[in-house]
Design a binder for this molecule. Structure first.
Ligand code: FES
Ligand code: FES
Length: 184
């Protein structure tokens, strides 16, 4: 006969539950080095929002579908709601706050404003991460390809046309600058 319900709930004295275990991490967050113990079950976006007060990354679906929680981890876009904070140990995290302050998002932010690509703004920080990834790694992306790249980011205000136009305008401007630079 098994231990029964009472037996199953019993917990050995002094043994920590998995959900209470903390691990020390050292992570570069934007311009700041952060060293502190974090719960092993804590997600990166919760760590950023709750412990570092970096609330620019949002929580939408919380299971990897909407993209609102996106940040850069060692230069790659990740879902903050699926990435554990302990995974950032020894790495660099960039949030929308840090990238804005560094001027990395200036062109995209201006284009989003000029083309009315943000309404409530809930999706914008995650969308800007994907947009920056396109600007950095897919400078020749067509309108159709931009659509595909942002297909993992939900905009509840459904401003997709304007978002695609804004990103496209930055790519066009960058291509024109590159041509001009090469001809000088
Ligand atoms: S909150 Fe992370 S993908 Fe939706
Ligand atoms: S602007 Fe409102 S969710 Fe995209």
């Amino acid at each position: 006969m098994g231990p029964g319900i009472a037996g199953a709930q019993r917990q050995p004295c002094g043994e920590k539950r998995m959900s209470e275990i903390r691990r020390q991490i050292s992570v570069q967050v934007n311009a700041e080095r952060v060293e502190r113990p974090v719960l092993v079950r804590q997600h990166l976006v919760d760590f950023l929002r709750e412990e570092l007060d970096l609330t620019g990354s949002h929580l939408g679906c919380e299971y990897g579908v909407c993209g609102a929680c996106q940040v850069m981890l060692d230069g790659k876009v990740v879902r903050g709601c699926l990435t554990l904070a302990v995974r950032a140990d020894g790495k660099q995290v960039q949030t929308v706050e840090g990238l804005s302050e560094a001027g990395e998002l200036a062109d995209l932010q201006e284009a989003f404003l000029n083309h009315n690509a943000l309404q409530c703004g809930f999706c914008s920080s995650g969308m800007l991460m994907t947009a920056l990834n396109i600007v950095r790694h897919h400078p020749d992306a067509s309108r159709e390809e931009i659509r595909e790249h942002i297909s993992g980011n939900y905009c509840r205000c459904t401003g997709y046309q304007a978002i695609v136009t804004a990103i496209e305008s930055v790519l066009v401007k960058n291509r024109a600058s590159a041509v001009l630079g090469a001809s000088l």
